[in-house]
Design a protein around this ligand. Structure first.
Ligand code: C6P
Length: 404
């Protein structure tokens, strides 16, 4: 049986070139880079090279900071809590703006901040799954400390108008953070061109290792540290450096930049082929216009079939997909993103996310098309809710869910 991995928005395979670059830093060059002996200093050239790749890939300038963290969850926590300590706790500001569709590493922190008395505005998305810059402008007040809006959504792939939102924030004198986890490696990301103040990212989303991520901090922005201790990362984030992780993330960024065109052309072509074939089936909808999505992502809903049942059938056929965000995939609630884009409750339970990568092959896509169709047919044939659903309901498209 073929094995097909289509859950690349949850995590990706480490590129063998990345693994090869990391290998020596486990057993050969394993010193602590802060030690003064040769074992320690032997790490320095590789660390410098890795950081250079990151600055170059993200378009950061020398005077900006890229601070390596353990993951994007840490980076997102750091920005929100740091801003709370810097600008809110002292009474200067009291308000943060975000969206209803952020990853839990933003929304759960916002809920915690609300418990501390912070006002948080959760902007709804439109039918395409994004928030327009003018909507952000309408909600900024003179008490707003931070706007935090993702660059690309992990479930729909919808790309937010980051440059325009950054422009609005600049005009209003408000700091702007973007969660760039699903953008880096999939679409061009240039932090200076985009005008963001902070950006989070995570290596395992672009064929780097797990357990390492980063936060871009625009020149001159102070941000209270979450981890106090030694003088690592210029004192901004203490803790012995994860040398293999940093080397791996640097290599993964270098490769991601190299493969960006491939992502845009080949991955997009395979994604579109898969989506076109799936949408040939009746009563299946995909969320958001394709041209404004990351090239690897499809979120479809299959009327009459629970998302979990689809996953189960696909998994039995060797295909890995998800019903949405990996960290929410164990609950059987309606998919919150589907609800946010206006899908009815029945449709919101039927979401299936398929996310490709540069390692996805044409054969794998052909096999998935065949198995997806089989699964829909089988599950609909045993679904009493679909069999007895009036034709008018079957045809009813979830508001906001659009054919790609
Ligand atoms: N999303 C998904 O299945 P970590 O786990 O810290 O490396 O990344 C967290 C994170 C933050 N922001 C966005 C937009 C993300 O997509 C993720 C991870 C995975 O969608 C796992 S829940």
């Amino acid at each position: 049986m073929m094995k097909v991995y289509l859950d690349n928005n949850a995590t990706t395979m480490v590129d063998p070139e990345v693994k090869a670059a990391m290998d020596p830093y486990f057993t050969e060059i394993y010193g602590n880079p802060n030690s003064l002996h040769d074992f320690g200093t032997a790490c320095h050239p590789a660390l410098r090279k890795a950081m250079d790749h990151m600055y170059e890939a993200l378009g950061a300038r020398d005077e900006d900071d890229i601070v390596v963290t353990s993951c994007a969850t840490e980076s997102n926590n750091w920005v929100l809590k740091g801003i709370y300590f810097d600008l809110i706790k002292n009474g200067e500001k009291d308000h943060i703006i975000t969206t209803e569709v952020e990853h839990p590493s933003i929304t759960a922190v916002c809920r915690w901040l609300e418990e501390q008395g912070v006002h948080v505005t959760y902007l709804p998305v439109n039918q395409d799954g994004i928030v327009e810059a003018h909507t952000v402008r309408d909600f900024i007040t003179d008490k707003t400390a931070l706007v935090s809006i993702m660059w690309a959504n992990n479930e729909t792939g919808a790309i937010f108008p980051i440059e325009q939102i950054a422009e609005v924030c600049k005009e209003k004198g408000v700091l702007f953070h973007t969660d760039g986890v699903q953008a880096v490696g999939k679409i061009p990301v240039d932090v200076i061109k985009a005008g963001v103040d902070f950006m989070s990212f995570s290596a395992h989303k672009f064929h780097g290792p797990k357990g390492v991520g980063g936060l871009y901090i625009r020149n001159g922005h102070p941000l209270t540290s979450l981890l106090h201790g030694g003088e690592h990362m210029g004192g901004r984030r203490s803790g012995t450096l994860n040398v293999p992780g940093i080397v791996g993330m640097g290599k993964a960024m270098e490769l991601a930049t190299y493969y960006l065109k491939f992502e845009e052309e080949n991955v997009r072509r395979l994604r579109d082929k898969l989506e076109d074939a799936i949408l040939e089936l009746p009563d299946i909808y995909s969320v958001g216009p394709r041209e404004n999505r990351t090239p690897n992502t499809i979120l479809v809903s299959v009327r009459g079939v629970e998302g979990e049942a689809m996953l189960w059938d696909l998994n039995r056929a060797g295909i890995a997909a998800s019903t949405g965000s990996a960290c929410a995939s164990e609950d059987l609630e309606a998919n919150p993103i589907m609800t946010a884009v206006g899908a009815d409750s029945e449709l919101a339970h039927t979401a299936v996310r398929l996310s490709l990568s540069r390692f996805t092959t044409e054969d794998e896509v052909d096999y998935t098309i065949e198995q997806f169709k089989k699964a829909v047919e089988r599950l609909r044939s045993i679904s009493s809710s679909y069999a007895y659903m009036p034709e008018s309901m079957k045809d009813k498209q979830g508001e906001g869910a659009t054919h790609g």
